[in-house]
Design a protein around this ligand. Structure first.
Ligand SMILES: Cc1cc2nc3c(=O)[nH]c(=O)nc-3n(C[C@H](O)[C@H](O)[C@H](O)COP(=O)(O)OP(=O)(O)OC[C@H]3O[C@@H](n4cnc5c(N)ncnc54)[C@H](O)[C@@H]3O)c2cc1C
Length: 420
């Protein structure tokens, strides 16, 4: 039996790359801090472009959210193309919309090109409605993406029931661009591909200090340092005191998942039978999919560890509500991680000083968006123009109180979800 609070991904992933700590001072053209999708996609693209790249992680490749998430490859952002056009004007808005709409293409093409064994399935992503207002929202979203060549459409109750295997939802958006991966295998595969392309990866190497020395940046760890022309900060929700202003520009919100015991074949045939994944439109959304013959359910988590029985009871209630036929299944794996949420719900690309770049804040959509951000950070490091707007780092006011704020907001939204 596996230990409590163990992740299904750890149990089923491809082998991790060895954790080799940085020793002594090395020289690179680009130093990257954080080896999740953002950092490793940047490292892979930079190394393929022939740049000498070193990447450091405080723990190991995929230790952060990239190895813990739901593995749902979600196209686009929370904002629809019309809102992006309003926020950034044209043609910048349409350019950004096109880029984020194609995020899943990038993920699945990297998987194919580098033969990453991570169980990729591109069956489509579902966004089930839960009320008349959310039904109108998905109808609008479906129309918004069609001019970008996306075959988005709203499914009626019968089709939603068939594809989800749940009669709980009245309708759902089907976005065929989406899919699923085994997220930890995907991030480990990116690490392997980046290394193969020439990037040097160091585990157990927390960046403790970042300083300018003449024309170079120096990133210092406990046992060594990297000197580089360019530094990319890719620490997302796990950002520490290395760049305090960056850490305060996002709120780290806990998310939690459970995986049931293996489903008996008759049940397996009815739940998400064609391999779709789904994130519903409850104010406190639930996201679910299948993997390894199990049902996975995710929702907002808690900051405390180990998770309290009340959280496990809520996950059980979510399964019972959506899939009453699976209510008696035991939860064999439970785990969680931190999502980086931004105030404007957009991912952020920053260049606070020449040669210093940062990309973060995917608001729970990082499998595709962080992979895309890594590519853009690589492009920007090479002086190219990118689709994401480059914005100043704006620390959130009263950030120190954000945990309390998150908890209060979660309680409030949970209450609203239970009101008619
Ligand atoms: C439970 C959960 C479920 C989610 N589900 C989905 C989903 O289904 N679909 C989706 O699209 N997105 C999902 N997300 C979001 C997605 O996982 C993230 O947006 C994405 O993984 C972010 O990748 P990243 O590389 O930017 O950051 P991370 O993967 O978090 O990597 C940051 C790394 O930085 C390292 N680090 C931090 N500080 C330092 C330092 N000083 N020195 C060295 N290293 C440092 C950390 O060790 C960590 O490995 C989910 C997230 C969570 C937590």
């Amino acid at each position: 039996m596996h230990p409590p609070n163990a992740s299904l991904w750890e149990a089923t992933a491809k082998r991790p790359p060895p954790r080799i700590p940085l020793q002594g001072t090395i020289r690179a053209q680009v130093a990257i801090v954080g080896a999740g999708y953002t950092g490793l996609s940047a490292a892979l693209h930079l190394a393929e472009a022939g740049l000498d790249t070193a990447i450091l992680d405080a723990e190991s490749a995929g230790w952060g959210a990239s190895g813990r998430n739901g593995g749902q490859v979600i196209p686009g952002l929370k904002d629809n193309p019309d809102v992006l056009a309003e926020k950034f004007g044209e043609p910048a808005g349409a350019r950004l919309a096109k880029a984020v709409g194609e995020g899943p293409d990038l993920v699945f093409s990297l998987i194919k090109r580098h033969a990453i064994a991570c169980d990729p399935i591109r069956a489509g992503w579902l966004q089930p409605a839960v009320s008349p207002a959310t039904l109108r929202a998905i109808e609008h979203r479906a129309r918004q993406w069609q001019p970008f060549g996306a075959n988005t459409r709203v499914l009626d109750k019968a089709e939603t029931t068939r594809l989800t295997g749940s009669s709980f939802y009245p309708a759902a958006l089907l976005d065929p661009r989406g899919g699923t991966v085994q997220p930890l295998s995907y991030v480990r595969g990116l690490a392997q591909a980046a290394q193969k392309a020439g990037a040097r990866l160091f585990g157990e190497s927390r960046a403790l200090r970042l300083a300018r020395t003449g024309t170079l940046w120096r990133v210092t760890t406990a046992r060594g340092a990297v000197e580089a022309e360019t530094v990319i900060l890719a620490t997302n929700a796990y950002a520490d005191a290395l760049h305090p202003k960056l850490r305060r520009s996002v709120v780290a919100v806990p998310s939690f998942q459970v995986a049931t015991e293996k489903l008996p074949p008759d049940l397996l045939a009815t739940i998400l039978p064609e391999g779709h994944s789904a994130s519903d439109l409850k104010r406190l959304l639930r996201y679910f999919r299948r993997h390894d013959g199990r049902l996975l359910m995710g929702a907002r988590g808690v900051y405390t560890h180990p998770p309290p029985p009340s959280l496990l009871a809520r996950m059980s209630a979510a399964i019972a509500e959506i899939y009453p036929q699976a209510a008696s299944l035991s939860m064999e794996y439970t785990w969680g991680g931190m999502v980086a949420v931004t105030q404007d719900h957009l991912p952020h690309l920053h260049e606070p000083e020449p040669g210093l770049l940062a990309g973060l804040g995917y608001n729970g959509r990082g499998v595709a968006m962080a992979t895309l951000m890594g590519q853009m950070l690589s492009d920007r490091a090479q002086g190219k123009d990118v689709a994401f707007p480059i914005t100043p780092i704006r620390p959130i006011k009263l950030h120190a109180l954000s945990r309390l704020g998150v908890q209060a907001t979660i309680q409030y939204l949970r209450l609203r979800d239970h009101l008619p």
